[in-house]
Design a binder for this molecule. Structure first.
Ligand SMILES: Cc1ncc(COP(=O)(O)O)c(C=O)c1O
Length: 424
């Protein structure tokens, strides 16, 4: 145990879980350095946050410049970086998403978006999709079903939340088309047996489930939700907290699938590491939300907003490179899948790739395999995170600024880790 982790035992709530015991003292680009001087290739990105890598110069300059003027305005004063960040967001969000409400975390923005939907539709029902992750506050955990652990012990949760399946082709051992058809059937059954569409304020959906196991929704499923929403006056709230800001190869995954959200939730990479989140919606919808119906003290912090505006500027040059890096990464992973029997499935979009590790039957989730591979990688100087309810999926999320050499270095380490696993 390092001196720091030892000190932390006395003062940090043990519930606050850290994925490693590493004490980070420096970070740059795709790399972090620990207190002993050891360097690690950071393919965690602080859980899909630092899409531009650590210490991006443009973002750093914007932060330093803002520090010299205003740090906090708390809903009392106007400040330029707030409007600048919103104007930049307006240039990259899907058509119709034209006004924004800034908050601090993904969970908070999810809650704001659902409050907006409830208040403006006058309906209380919320439909969420099994395996979805939307946060851990009381409201957002009521929409989260990525693992029962997050909900255990907190009931009763927020009411009138209806959970229906999300397409999971590999787990269901089905083709993508059949899994989509099954999820659509289940939604129809829910409307027949549990709640009518006229009672639903919104669908809350991730276009590619993150925590739940890196399952892409697929265009047909999202188009179906769009269609049902239009027919029944339901709002389509798309949670792009993890999938946004270039992660899947376009600004947002709604662009990849070309499906229009009514409300879009953003967070994580929005300010490349400074705490900020936002939800956006059409001006006509936001005009129906009475002034002061929702609020925040810290949301839209001036420094975070300056960082967000710079992040968007910097990402404009980076995102066009993502499809090439993605193709390379998928080619390599698919080749590894041919050689390593522990890889059951490789899926995802852009640089949001899930590599599902399985047992000898080719299907049973193998969390021990992930533990072995991540420990091997850490030893070799590389950091990865798991996802999925069984903790058996490698969440492959390098920074979008990663060099091809570092991308290959990371995959080479995981290739060796898989070989070591098979020799056990
Ligand atoms: C899709 C999605 N929504 C919401 C959240 C919650 O964000 P936060 O942890 O900032 O509250 C996350 C966090 O992982 C997420 O991945």
């Amino acid at each position: 145990m390092s001196q720091l982790t030892d000190r932390s035992r006395h003062v940090i709530a043990p519930t606050q879980a850290f994925d490693t015991d590493i004490e980070v003292v420096a970070s740059e680009g795709s790399w972090v350095t620990d207190a002993t001087g050891k360097r690690y290739l950071d393919f965690t990105c602080g859980i899909a946050v630092s899409n531009l890598g650590h210490q991006h110069p443009l973002v750093k300059a914007a932060i330093l410049e803002q520090i010299d003027s205003v740090w906090h305005a708390g809903g009392v004063f106007w400040y330029e970086s707030l409007v600048r960040a919103a104007e930049r967001l307006r240039t990259i969000t899907p058509e119709g998403i034209d006004q924004f409400f800034f908050m601090n975390s993904g969970a908070e923005s999810v809650e704001g978006a659902v409050k907006l939907a409830r208040k403006t539709t006058g309906r209380q029902g919320v439909v969420v999709f099994r395996g979805g992750f939307h946060g851990r506050t009381m409201g957002s955990v009521s929409y989260t079903t990525s693992t029962a652990k997050y909900r255990q012990g907190y009931h009763p949760l927020v009411g009138s939340v209806f959970v229906t399946p999300f397409p999971r082709p590999f787990r269901w051992q089905m083709t993508h088309e059949d899994a989509t058809a099954r999820a659509i059937d289940e939604l129809d059954l829910m409307f027949k047996h549990e709640v009518t569409p006229a009672e639903i304020a919104c669908f809350l959906v991730e276009p590619l489930q993150g925590e739940g196991g890196y399952y892409p929704a697929g265009k047909e499923f999202l188009e179906h939700l769009r269609d049902v929403a239009d027919r029944h006056g339901i709002l389509l709230v798309v949670d792009e907290v993890q999938t946004g800001f270039g992660r899947t190869g376009a600004w947002f995954t709604s662009d990849v699938y070309d499906v229009r959200p009514d409300v879009m939730v953003m967070g994580k990479a929005i300010a490349n590491g400074l705490p900020l989140s936002a939800f956006g919606a059409p001006a006509e919808l936001l005009a129906k939300w009475p002034r002061g119906s929702h609020g925040t003290t810290f949301g839209g912090n001036p420094i975070s907003c300056a960082a967000a505006a710079a992040t968007i500027e910097a990402l404009a040059d980076v995102i066009p490179q993502v499809p090439k890096l993605s193709t390379h990464a998928f080619e390599r992973w698919e080749e590894l899948q041919l050689r390593h029997r522990a890889i059951g499935d490789v899926r995802g979009l852009g640089l949001m790739i899930g590599v599902e590790l399985v047992g000898d039957d080719g299907h049973e989730p193998d969390a021990d395999a992930f533990a072995h591979i991540s420990a091997f990688a850490k030893q070799e100087g590389m950091l990865i995170l798991p996802c999925g309810p069984d903790g058996n999926i490698i969440r492959f999320i390098p920074p979008l600024t990663v060099s091809t050499e570092d991308l290959d270095l990371g995959i080479d380490i995981l290739d060796r880790a898989l070989g070591d696993l098979e020799e056990r």
